[in-house]
Design a protein around this ligand. Sequence first.
Ligand code: AMP
Length: 186
Amino acid sequence: MRLIFLGPPGVGKGTQAKRICEHYNLIHLSTGEILRNEIAEKTNIGRKAKSFIDAGELVPDDVLLGMMNNRLKKDDVQSGYLLDGFPRTIPQANGLDNIMNNISHSLDCALSLNADENELVQRLINRGKESGRSDDTPEIIRQRQKVYWEQTAPLLDFYREKNLLKEVNGIGDIPEITERILKVLN
Ligand code: AMP
């Protein structure tokens, strides 16, 4: 199975992605996590990404597409994966289509977790107190929400038109939301 998870920052994508990957035995590919590792290891990609992440902006499409083109060719993902936080723009979605076509992978579903923006901002401010993430401050959180609605939300129509979009209510407790997701995926 090959899945994409969409949804605004703070909706619980990462938490649900891990649970769904365990359930179906998929590789969890979170581009935010991959980029944070690149920064920690001071690689070229990390150097390019850091200022964008700290400002709550998207890292340029060519960086993401190059990185994911390499990643999706690796042996460990051949039996299935869940993309968490990628694609985030229409050019990334088109680029991902090309990458997947070239390696004869087809996408099973783009799953969108939905929630109200104000609730999410509050959740992220709370997370920021514990996570130590440099981009979990109130100002950057607002900026990341804005970026989502402007640049990523158009992907909902992109995948709806391909008949791949499934939407799930992201408000509730963690196991309850996992059940909703499993129900639409089955
Ligand atoms: P996340 O952990 O998914 O919230 O991502 C944290 C940050 O990493 C984002 O605010 C972006 O700066 C960057 N990032 C992660 N995924 C992407 C992507 N697909 N395109 C551009 N930037 C990304």
